[in-house]
Design a binder for this molecule. Structure first.
Ligand code: ATP
Ligand code: MG
Length: 484
């Protein structure tokens, strides 16, 4: 992450002097030559630290320190000056100053002190990074790879670890594109830096722009506070742009510029800042198709497709299913009160034969459900969801003549099962009726698109699978191309 420092000093030279001591790639310095400028900057941008030269502001300064500390980001304040006596120094510290540095100290010591204070802030600052799921580092070496397809794939993936090149990760839904991106990041030279993921399909266009690049206070209606973009938060690490094919066209142009110049400009800001970020993008759509349909820019495609990795679907790596299943059950059994010692060999056969359209995610969901429903300490075929059971011709109907399996469950477990079936039916129906348009479905369902995405992901529903009639409509004469 970039640490933003506001240097307040009486002249441009003094500001430059402070900036010289802090000249490091992870520090972004802004100057203010008087109190008025300082408040203007603090009002429109976010800062982590204010280096306050006391001679540049009017007194009483301790109350100014208190006001700065009350700002939403609670910037640290480092006072620079010559206190009259130890009492004055104490009054700054009790007002919330992190440190009081004497202007008389040597440049070297002063620089060191400032740098270590900044480092502390960088380590301690609770950032929006915590929004990213806290997963333990994933390693490429721990990927299940009994199948030739996965062995071939991992051999190529390993070669991308030590480079800094932009990666395009492709593959069907649920194959583990994000899982792979996290593994590559965790083993790369940037592993100490953040991994920031953003889903380009789950946000509205205007929100997405601000999430990616940030905005300044007042940049648009509702921007009551400035906000850092994900690119800035990912400074020193990796940004993962999920569902890149869904990026609206004007943001495609903006992203292209960012990839070319390695600089970002927040909405409403007059200046651009340099960011050091490795970009990984992922998609489960055919980008070449999107380019032909003029939905995706060819020049952006070239920029992203420096190295491309395609994660094989689960049905092409069946040899990995038992290892993955055991790994998931090992993790899941700790979550249930009853003891689970393993799975019946019929279950493993059923798992190995299923086609897994939702890939690894579907396998995980199937096993999660099985572990929850399991009444004995070995998982049985009957515990598998209907989508796996279908192979054996077992009825999945909740209302069929046969006595439903959920009658044997506790009511909370039965309710969860029924709710999931109902959710699947409900959202499948709406997606069919709206030709896969997530915005419309979310509106009809009365939920926001982001939660709809989460639900679809959990249920293994892909909007592409509902797009047929949309494609038909796009092909209608007069609606494609432009004669003007
Ligand atoms: N090799 C693996 N080992 C263990 N778990 C995995 C592996 N690959 C994927 N998973 C699990 O499968 C789920 C789906 O993975 P992930 O979210 O990375 O898929 P994806 O390809 O990004 O899907 P989508 O296209 O829907 O975004 C995750 O919850 C992850 O825990
Ligand atoms: Mg994903």
């Amino acid at each position: 992450m970039l640490v933003r420092v506001l240097a307040v000093a009486g002249s441009r030279q003094e500001i430059q002097e402070i900036a010289r001591f802090l000249a490091r790639s992870e520090v972004l310095i802004t100057g203010a030559e008087n109190e008025q400028q300082m408040w203007r900057r603090l009002g429109s941008e976010t800062f982590d630290m204010v280096v306050l030269t006391l001679s540049a502001i009017s007194h009483p300064a301790p109350s100014i320190v208190e006001q700065i500390r009350e700002l939403p980001d609670r910037p640290d304040v480092v006072a620079l000056g010559e206190p009259r006596d130890s009492e004055e120094r104490a009054s700054y510290l009790s007002a919330g100053c992190l440190a009081f540095l004497d202007t008389g100290m040597s440049g070297r010591v002063f620089g060191q002190a400032l740098r270590s204070l900044i480092e502390r802030r960088r380590e301690e600052r609770p950032t929006q990074l915590e929004l990213a799921p806290a997963v333990e580092p994933i390693r490429l070496a721990s990927f299940a790879s009994n199948s030739p397809a996965m062995q071939r794939f991992l051999a190529i993936a390993h070669r991308t670890v030590q480079t800094d090149s932009t990666l395009l990760i492709r593959g069907e839904t649920g194959v583990g594109k994000e899982w792979l991106a996290r593994a590559i990041h965790a083993e790369s030279l940037r592993s100490n830096g953040p991994f920031i993921a953003i889903n380009c399909a789950a946000l509205s266009e205007s929100l997405l722009e601000s999430e990616l690049f940030g905005h300044q206070k007042g940049a648009f209606t509702g921007a009551s506070q400035s906000r850092r973009g994900h690119f800035e938060l990912a400074h020193g690490g990796t940004i993962f742009l999920d569902e890149i094919a869904e990026l609206p066209s004007h943001l495609q142009a903006k992203l292209l510029r960012v990839l070319e110049e390695r600089r970002i400009q927040a909405i409403g800001s007059e200046r651009s800042i340099e960011v050091d970020v490795r970009v990984m993008a992922a998609t489960n759509r055919d980008l070449e198709d999107a380019i032909r349909e003029k939905q995706f820019r060819l020049d952006l495609y070239y920029r992203l497709n420096v190295v491309s990795l395609t994660v094989p679907p689960l049905r092409e790596r069946r040899e990995d299913i038992p290892t993955l299943a055991e790994y998931f059950i090992e993790n899941l059994r700790r979550r249930v009160p009853h003891e689970i010692v393993g799975i019946h060999s019929d279950v493993m056969d059923a798992l190995s034969e299923h086609t897994w359209p939702g890939n690894v995610r579907e396998l995980f969901n199937a096993l999660e459900r099985a572990v929850m429903l399991c009444r004995e300490n070995v998982i049985q075929v009957a515990d598998l969801p209907f989508r796996v059971d279908e192979r054996a011709g077992v009825s999945s109907s909740l209302t069929g003549l046969a006595r439903p399996a959920w009658c044997d469950l506790s009511w909370p477990a039965a309710r969860r099962t029924l709710l999931e079936e109902a959710e699947r039916t409900y959202f499948t129906r709406l997606l069919e009726e709206e030709d896969g348009r997530v915005g419309e479905v979310a509106e009809r369902a009365g939920i926001d698109p982001r939660s709809l995405y989460d639900k679809m992901r959990r249920l293994g529903l892909r909007k592409e699978d509902f797009r047929r009639s949309l494609a038909r409509r796009a092909r209608r004469p007069g609606q494609t191309g432009s004669a003007s």
